[in-house]
Write a protein that binds this ligand. Structure first.
Ligand code: FES
Length: 151
């Protein structure tokens, strides 16, 4: 089934597959699943479905577009962490870097980030946004509207 371009959002896989329509997303290409929407200026958590658990195996990281923001979603020993994908140095794509334990290395100039906090290893006083994640069934949800505050 083709989806009109003007209806695409909030989740797009940078590499392939996931497209969505208004508050709905394709689920394995067969059904549409409602996604909660909260207006701009919201204060409550607004988790958005992203990928299936098995699409990001333990020890891997990948880029995803969620509501217009590119994130890097990492699986560290079965637990998911989401950080902003844009390296603070010169904008390198963190989701394309190697993940070692809980640390991802920027593929451009090797700055390292702790995916559990978003902080850089070289200077923990700074870091990228880190977003809450939640697994519901076989789906990974991310709330990009609620930057994690405990940095
Ligand atoms: S752009 Fe990431 S280390 Fe330079």
């Amino acid at each position: 089934m083709l989806w009109s371009r003007k209806f695409r959002s909030p989740v797009e896989d940078v590499g392939n597959s996931h497209k969505s329509v208004f508050g709905f997303q394709k689920n394995g290409g067969k059904e549409r699943v409602a996604v909660p929407r909260v207006p701009a200026g919201r204060t409550e958590m607004a988790f958005v479905r992203t990928v299936k658990v098995d699409e990001v195996p333990p020890g891997t990281i990948r880029e995803l577009q969620v509501e217009g923001t590119t994130i890097a979603l990492a699986n560290v020993e079965g637990k998911f962490y989401a950080i902003n994908n844009v390296c603070l140095h010169r904008g390198g794509p963190l989701g394309q870097g190697p993940l070692g334990g809980r640390n991802v290395t920027c593929p451009w100039h090797a700055w390292q980030y702790d995916v559990t906090t978003g902080r850089t290893l070289q200077n923990p006083a700074v870091g990228v946004d880190c977003y809450p994640t939640e697994v519901r069934g076989q789906d990974v949800f991310v709330d990009i509207a609620s930057e994690r505050l405990e940095r």
